[in-house]
Every structure is written in structure tokens, then in C-alpha cells.
Design a protein around this ligand. Structure first.
Ligand code: ATP
Ligand code: MG
Length: 384
């Protein structure tokens, strides 16, 4: 029997009038994720993507790769029997005779209507066969083994375990976004959640070198590499921020420094977004997590620019954010020692209810436009 990977996608099958576009992107992303396995034989039939397993396929690695392709709901490694009940029984028996189980269920699907039995009947027949032949019990709820039979187009797929993926939309179906990426735990998770909604990321990181160590930028590049597993390649802007911070020390009250840093960051990010034709920014803010993330402060910060700022983590608890960070493997990198530029020169108790009028008054005579342009001119751009 030949082995196949049968990929099921959910949400995208229902999408707007754009179904073909979504499916084409998904297939394109699957091909990219499996690029180093050489030319693959892939068919798209009846809401499934079917890939023939070749000799050189490392199934563990393929599993890892496909679990990072957004848009996939789940997939199975399946054996193809024939569209003939007797043959299906034989093949099923050969596949399960060595498996250890007491109870089982048959899950049948038939989308090939030319097959003479409906799915209910197929399940009954195969259930009866396994019961008699192997003296096992059917238990539809608490089963040890689930045997799936999927009769579709020219195939009769037999499989045993669903490999769940994260769903979402294929990267590339949404507009690109500019993510403010720090070296912390939150912003890489924010980036990944927006990738999950189909948006490829461009990244911007603000660096206070030489007041912060040179390794900071290496760490950020490593984070981008991990996130590239979901979108294959990306661009990172590394913006020198220390000069601006020094100017802020002169004009801002001590407890307002972080707010001034953030407003300057957003202004720079907005300019780069416009150059890149990007329509919105992404940050890793979560309501109430730190002083700068109260509603008052979020308002005072956001007011600096016109572009929308997407904050996918706004309602997440730290624990929930960490769980995602572990799953996507950014956590290990994020917890390595790192001094963010925002933690330089800030007091223990920063303001939690920033007064916008005070900010505007202090910024009025400040030539930040010149400083911002100079930071952008001096940024480094990496294609990763
Ligand atoms: P993170 O874990 O992402 O660093 P955080 O909980 O530490 O977030 P803050 O340090 O207040 O929160 O930062 C809030 C958001 O501002 C970050 O999630 C990130 O989007 C952005 N940000 C902070 N510092 C930087 C930086 N040096 N470069 C780019 N973006 C930054
Ligand atoms: Mg941080």
C-alpha cells in the first residue's frame, strides 16, 4: 500500500469569494515548508491536499514542518487501500493486527458517491469485521484505537491518528504588518498570532548600543529566524535609539521617560511602515502587565501616530503568553539575559496615568523630526 499525507483545512474553505486564492496560498506554503524533500507529488481534491509519501521523507520532520503551516486544521499519515470493501478489510487487518488495543471505533467518511455504501454502512461493516476477526469491542467514546476510513475520489485512505495543527489562515493572504519586536517574551508571540491570521511580518527593533550589549541585535535576529519557520523569509530593521533616548532625558519628566520612548518608537515605525506600504503596526502589549500598559498610557502612546496598532495579546495573561512562546520555541531565546533600551534610565515607579497635555507641551519645542530621520537613515536592514 502506498502511504500519503492527507491534509484537511477548515476555516479557509469557507472564506468569502476568495477560496481559490486561499487554497493556492496554502498549497504554495506547504510546498515551501517541504522544499528540501525535493519534488513532491501533490494533489488537491475535494477539500483535501494529498501528498504521496516518498522514500526520502522523514515523517517526524514533515510533521514538525506541517504543524507550522497556518491554514491546516489537521492531517493524517494514511495508507491507500482500494475502493472495495473486501480489500479494505484485508488491508485494515494487516495494519492493525500487531497493534495493542482492547476497544476500537471505526470513523468512516465517503465523499466518493459512486462507492456503493454510505459511510454509516461502511463503519458498521468494518466494525463487525474487526469484532469477529480480532475479538475486540467497539466503544465509540472510550476507544483505544480509532480506525479512520476516508473514501474520496480514487482513494480509500486508512489512518489511525489525527495530527492537530493550529488552523488560522495561510501566511500571505492578509496584508503585511510591521511588528515592534523587542527581545522579550511577548512581542514574538504577538508576531506569531498575526502570522496565524495570514499576515507576513516585517520587524523593527530599537537598539541602544553601546549602552546595551552588541549581543542584543544577535538575539533579535535569532528570534526572527525562529518566526521565519512560519513565513519563510522576512526583513528586520535595526534602529539605533540611544541618541533619541539621550534627548528624551533632557525634556521628559523622569517618570514619563518610557512614554516618550514609546512615542518616538511609534513615529519611527510609522515612517518605515509608510515606506514599506504597510498599513498597521503590531506590538506585544497586554493590558495592565506593566506601568506603560494601562489604558491611559496606551492612549497617550498611541496618540503619537495615525496608523492602527494591533495588540493581539491585549487580553492574555502572562501564563497564556508563555505557553504560546514555549510552543513556538521563542521562549528559550526570550528568557536569555537582555537589557531592553526601554529599561535604560527609567525610575522604579513610572507614571501609570500619563497626562497627554503635559506630554504635548514638553514635545512642542523638541525637534524630534530631525532625530527620527537620522535614526532611520542610520538603521541597518537585514533580509533574514
Ligand atoms: P516584550 O516581552 O515584547 O518585550 P513587555 O511585556 O516587556 O513586552 P514592554 O517592554 O513594555 O513590554 O514593551 C511593550 C511593547 O513595545 C513590546 O511588546 C514591543 O512590541 C515594543 N517594544 C519594546 N521595546 C522594544 C524594542 N527595543 N524594539 C522594538 N519594540 C519594542
Ligand atoms: Mg520588553
Amino acid at each position: 500500500m502506498k502511504q500519503y499525507i492527507v491534509i484537511h483545512y477548515g476555516e479557509i474553505a469557507l472564506k468569502l469569494g476568495n477560496r481559490n486564492f486561499f487554497e493556492a496560498k496554502l498549497i504554495d506554503n506547504i510546498r515551501k515548508a517541504l522544499k528540501d524533500f525535493g519534488k513532491i507529488s501533490l494533489k488537491h481534491q475535494h477539500g483535501r491536499i494529498i501528498i504521496l509519501v516518498e522514500e526520502n521523507f522523514d515523517l517526524e520532520l514533515i510533521k514538525e514542518r506541517l504543524q507550522k503551516v497556518f491554514g491546516i486544521e489537521y492531517f493524517v499519515f494514511a495508507y491507500n487501500s482500494e475502493q472495495d470493501l473486501k480489500q479494505i478489510e484485508k488491508d485494515l487487518y494487516s495494519l492493525i493486527k500487531k497493534k495493542k488495543f482492547k476497544t476500537f471505533r471505526i470513523t468512516a467518511r465517503r465523499s466518493q458517491k459512486a462507492f456503493p455504501m454510505n459511510s454509516q454502512r461502511v463503519a458498521e461493516k468494518l466494525g463487525e469485521f474487526v469484532m469477529k476477526k480480532m475479538k475486540k469491542k467497539v466503544d465509540l467514546v472510550n476507544f483505544d484505537l480509532n480506525c479512520s476510513i476516508d473514501i474520496v475520489e480514487d482513494y480509500a485512505f486508512l489512518s489511525f491518528a489525527k495530527i492537530e495543527c493550529r488552523g488560522g489562515l495561510p501566511v500571505g493572504v492578509s496584508e503585511p504588518l510591521l511588528c515592534l519586536l523587542s527581545g522579550g517574551i511577548d512581542s514574538p508571540v504577538a508576531a506569531n498570532l498575526m502570522q496565524k491570521r495570514g499576515a507576513p511580518m516585517v520587524y523593527i527593533h530599537f537598539d541602544a548600543y553601546p549602552a546595551t550589549p552588541k549581543e542584543n541585535s544577535e538575539k533579535v535576529k535569532e528570534l526572527v529566524k525562529v518566526l521565519n519557520d512560519y513565513q519563510f523569509n522576512s526583513k528586520l530593521y535595526l534602529v539605533p535609539f540611544l541618541d533619541i533616548q539621550k534627548e528624551i532625558l533632557k525634556i521628559a519628566p523622569e517618570d514619563y521617560r518610557v512614554i516618550f520612548y514609546r512615542r518616538a518608537m511609534l513615529r519611527i515605525a510609522q515612517k518605515i511602515a509608510v515606506q514599506e506600504r504597510i498599513l498597521a503596526l503590531v506590538t506585544g502589549e497586554s493590558l495592565g502587565q506593566v506601568a506603560s500598559q494601562t489604558v491611559e498610557n496606551i492612549k497617550a502612546i498611541s496618540e503619537a501616530i495615525d496608523l492602527p496598532i494591533l495588540r493581539p495579546l491585549i487580553g492574555f495573561n502572562k501564563e497564556e503568553i508563555i505557553n504560546v512562546a514555549r510552543k513556538i520555541k521563542t521562549y528559550e531565546l526570550s528568557v536569555q539575559p537582555f537589557t531592553d533600551c526601554c529599561s535604560l534610565y527609567v525610575p522604579k515607579h513610572p507614571v501609570t496615568r500619563a497626562d497627554l497635555n503635559l506630554i504635548l507641551a514638553k514635545e512642542k519645542d523638541w525637534d524630534f523630526a530631525r532625530l527620527i530621520d537620522s535614526a532611520i537613515i542610520n538603521s541597518e536592514i537585514y533580509k533574514i
